[in-house]
Ligand binder design. Sequence first.
Ligand SMILES: NC(=O)c1ccc[n+]([C@@H]2O[C@H](COP(=O)([O-])OP(=O)(O)OC[C@H]3O[C@@H](n4cnc5c(N)ncnc54)[C@H](O)[C@@H]3O)[C@@H](O)[C@H]2O)c1
Length: 441
Amino acid sequence: MSETSVQLELIDQLRNRSARVAILGLGYVGLPLAVVFAEAGFHVVGIDPDQRKVDTIRRGESYIQDVPGEQVRRLVAEGRLEATTDFAVLQHADAVSICVPTPLRKTGDPDLQYIVSATEELAKYVHPKMVVVLESTTYPGTTREILLPKLGDKKELVVGENFFLAFSPERVDPGREDWTTLNTPKVIGGITPACTKVATEWYCQALQTVVPVTSTEVAEMAKLLENTFRMINIGLVNEMAIMCNRLGVDVWEVIDAAATKPFGYMKFTPGPGLGGHCIPIDPLYLSWKLRALNYTARFIELASEINTEMPRYVVGKVQDALNESCKPIKGSRILVLGAAYKPDIDDLRESPALDVIGLLKQKGADVAYHDPYIPRLDHEGWAMESVPDLMEAVKQADCVVIVTNHKVYDYDAFLQSAALIVDTRNALGQAGKNNQKVVRL
Ligand SMILES: NC(=O)c1ccc[n+]([C@@H]2O[C@H](COP(=O)([O-])OP(=O)(O)OC[C@H]3O[C@@H](n4cnc5c(N)ncnc54)[C@H](O)[C@@H]3O)[C@@H](O)[C@H]2O)c1
């Protein structure tokens, strides 16, 4: 079979949905993607070593807030979505997407162990007429330098001819309803133009907008530009908050005023620190790669330094606010409101709430927390449950610290009942301004 015919045959199978799709990693990225492909008419099998996730899907339930359980139930019942821990099903797959975690090591260096192990499993079953797309965020060069040698070392496989490899960064923003996996434009770059073409054909079948680029490195770097842009702008606005505080100027009013400019400005807001699986981590993949090339990514390092200090800055605010009431932080009852890293979701990963609570505990405060989406925290040597009676806890606290501005909270009630509030998100808005018992970031 000539190379062109393999490519054409695979494209044909993708178009007529007879291609079998496999998703490696069924987390925040993989499960929504699996569901989108299944809805588009593909047979999808999700592979994850986490037996609990696999069992949950098999029962027709969801563990990801953005994926309704009802949808999983229907797709599983119709036989369009399956889940397994058995990688051997990859031998029957034609189109494989890798959505595994890319965390940092304790040293702050990239930890590619999940990409490597998923790729090594896939390498056992990779075969001609297969397209593979890496979705995990990583440094430029990963697809070509790590995946290609592991997947393409079988004699019968020639990348771009009978086997196709690409990178497509996931952009999902958990909890968001207007931009989802389905309608957020998807960038795809292949190892060769043929790889880009096949991967684009596949993704076009299910996603509304696909944006092909000329290489895996461009696609990898595009994701890092997006997240580095956010991280640096958050660092900038956090420093603005610190500078405004020194100047005695209301940073929130400054930001709203600047945001009236209809062009050339994008609004970012300060907060207690960075959270989530992407913004605090992804830019460090880039700076690590550049360090290996003898280059220091100065913007990233500076913004990272400012953002990392924000939980400590918040604790300083709490300490100063208590001091005004002649109370030491040691022994004071402090209630942290919101533990998720952003509003209205149950994602705790890298949440600054964990650092704020840890620092308060270190200083001897009697800390409790409440989060409607996170019933229990278990973090580096300490664990606690969300308080059962929110308003009673608000009344009892010497200081309430708003860390995550969940929409379901009744902020007027907090204002009425709390003795002292440190508001790190401007959740109280105008009502918190010039209020004796409110300290804002
Ligand atoms: N969560 C987000 O909002 C988001 C957004 C954009 C990009 N990303 C990126 O997408 C990637 C995945 O993130 P996530 O949030 O879905 O992570 P996650 O931790 O929610 O899910 C990853 C899944 O991969 C599974 N896994 C681990 N090793 C595996 C292996 N060898 N084979 C198969 N499955 C394996 C884990 O059990 C887990 O279920 C990361 O690189 C992340 O940076 C995440």
